[in-house]
Design a protein around this ligand. Structure first.
Ligand SMILES: Cc1ncc(COP(=O)(O)O)c(C=O)c1O
Length: 504
């Protein structure tokens, strides 16, 4: 880790932008470049066995097998692989990721999936059921998020996940701005805490993204957001809550300003859309965030998170069909016939929509309310436990996505010790912190107490062994402190390459 340590030390001497510029130049010198990439390769080698745990344990195929394998053999191999992975999330060791996790619920969704596995919403003539399920998913979600408290005809579509919902909404705003306002250089204004999907949308659709720093409570800074709006702004964004620190932005003030400026406002409720309506009913402090606010013109809410559907569905909502139409695609010129599709994909898995619909109607309002109650009270217990650990502080004022940091110990090293105890948490940066996103598996007896105990033990260990560095801590440390985007980005891309390597 010599070069990385030295680079960090060197960079620490300069303000971020100067350091980035300087490091870019140093990195251009062939010898330095070689050394840096040698370091990156060594780091990736270090984590290769974590990324590829099945090497040598199960057959790997870099080409099709000559003859197909026996189906029973395939099933037993895949069952064995799945068993290696399920205990982690079933036992409540994973932050986010699996939101329901109950076997009965999963088996039920699997049965619904099996019934509908051939369904494709692209062929609504063959599977009108797909259109029925999707229309009802959208309507139920909209009603939950304030649509029935406004005269406006709130509408939407089902997408494949939170990222797609966000991309779709941003594309709709861009195309509307081009067509109705002639804006050629569109901009979006987002708090830095908004999900990376907004950056992806900016990149894909040629929208300039303005990242606005958040307040010391980690919520969007209203005054700074207002100042960032220009004549080219097409949309402002707020999260309820944001992924990193689980806090809810001041959507009321932001959306009122957007309305005044006649621009769009998107509430990203991917994480909170299926929690906050129930949290509010349970009496938790939930500031307004949904279509009850006139200025909110679109929302994203993920059915595959706290909607308890299988992975692969989300809902994007619009205040009116005129805005939604800018999301659609249709062409009359293609020799393949008249073609149209509401989202990015062509053919889509109707079975996932069917399973999503089944999850929603099987939960019902009461099911969602009970689930939220269990999650929020478990989160309260965890927050209390964390706040009693010496040297650890909770960031902002979150409900159930709890980010914590430390001024006295290396928080990434703490996260790694938690990993050794079986926990899979999320490492975040700017500022350096770790979060746990509480889900239903965490509400099982003993899990919250075990989390707090293990965290206290991890902090004690790191405090007693300040010179010990683990495997992942330096990687997070580097991403958090080195201002060189290109270098860190390179490392992430090499990591993706690694994921696509077939076991030798
Ligand atoms: C607030 C927020 N927005 C968007 C997303 C993106 O969702 P997905 O991973 O389903 O694309 C997430 C994911 O955690 C999120 O927390």
């Amino acid at each position: 880790m010599g070069i990385e340590k030295n680079a960090q030390k060197l960079m620490g001497l300069f303000p971020d932008r100067v350091a980035g510029w300087l490091f870019d130049r140093i990195k251009g010198i062939p010898l330095v470049k070689k050394a840096i990439y040698r370091e990156l390769d060594a780091m990736l080698d270090d984590i290769r066995d974590m990324v590829k745990p099945y090497t040598g344990k199960f057959p790997a195929f870099s080409r099709l097998p000559g003859s197909g394998l026996e189906k029973d053999n395939i099933l037993s191999m895949m069952t064995a692989i799945s068993e290696c992975e399920s205990s982690k999330w079933e036992d409540g060791y994973v932050s986010g990721a699996v939101y329901h996790g109950d076997r009965g619920h999963i088996d039920f969704l699997n049965r619904v999936y099996a019934l509908n596995s051939q369904s494709n919403p692209l062929h609504s003539d063959v599977w009108p059921s797909a259109a029925k399920y999707e229309a009802e998913i959208v309507s139920m979600t909209a009603a939950m998020l304030g649509a029935d408290k406004t005269p406006d005809p709130v509408c939407g579509v089902v997408s494949s996940g939170g990222t797609e919902s966000i991309l779709l909404a941003m594309k709709a705003y861009r195309d509307r701005a081009i067509e109705t306002k002639g804006i050629r250089h569109p901009e979006m204004v987002v708090p830095v805490s908004a999900h990376a999907a907004f950056d992806k949308a900016a990149l894909y659709f040629g929208i300039r993204i303005i990242h606005v720093p958040v307040t010391s409570d980690f919520i969007a800074d209203v005054a700074a957001m207002k100042r960032a709006v220009t004549k080219n702004t097409i949309v402002m964004v707020g999260s309820s809550p944001c992924f990193p620190h689980g806090v809810i932005d001041p959507i009321e003030e932001l959306s009122a300003f957007a309305a005044k400026k006649k621009i769009g406002f998107h509430t990203d409720a991917c994480l909170g859309g299926f929690m906050l309506p129930w949290a509010e009913k349970l009496g938790y402090p939930v500031p307004p965030y949904d279509f009850r606010l006139d200025g909110v013109t679109s929302m994203s809410a993920d059915t595959h998170k706290y909607g308890y559907a299988a992975k692969g569905t989300s809902v994007v909502l619009y205040r009116n069909p005129e805005l939604r139409r800018f999301q659609y695609f249709s062409t009359t010129e293609w020799p393949g016939g008249l073609y149209f599709s509401p989202t990015f994909a062509g053919s889509r898995p109707g079975a996932l929509s069917a399973a999503c619909w089944a999850a929603m109607v099987s939960m019902g309002e009461k099911g969602y309310l009970d689930a939220a109650k269990r999650i929020l009270s478990t989160a309260d217990r965890i927050k209390k436990g964390i706040s009693e650990i010496n040297g650890i502080k909770i960031l902002g004022n979150p409900l159930w996505v709890i980010a914590f940091a430390s001024d006295t110990v290396d928080i990434y090293h703490v996260m790694e010790r938690m990993g050794e105890a079986g926990w899979v948490l999320n490492g975040l940066h700017r500022p350096s912190c770790v979060h746990v996103c509480v889900t239903l598996p965490h509400t099982r007896p003993g899990v919250a107490d075990r989390f707090v105990q293990d965290l206290a033990g991890a902090v004690d260990h790191v405090r007693a062994n300040p010179s010990e560095t683990g495997r992942m801590a330096p990687v997070y440390g580097m991403a958090a402190t080195l201002p060189v985007r290109e270098l860190v980005g390179d490392m992430l891309e090499r990591y993706i390459d690694l994921l696509y390597e077939v076991d030798p």
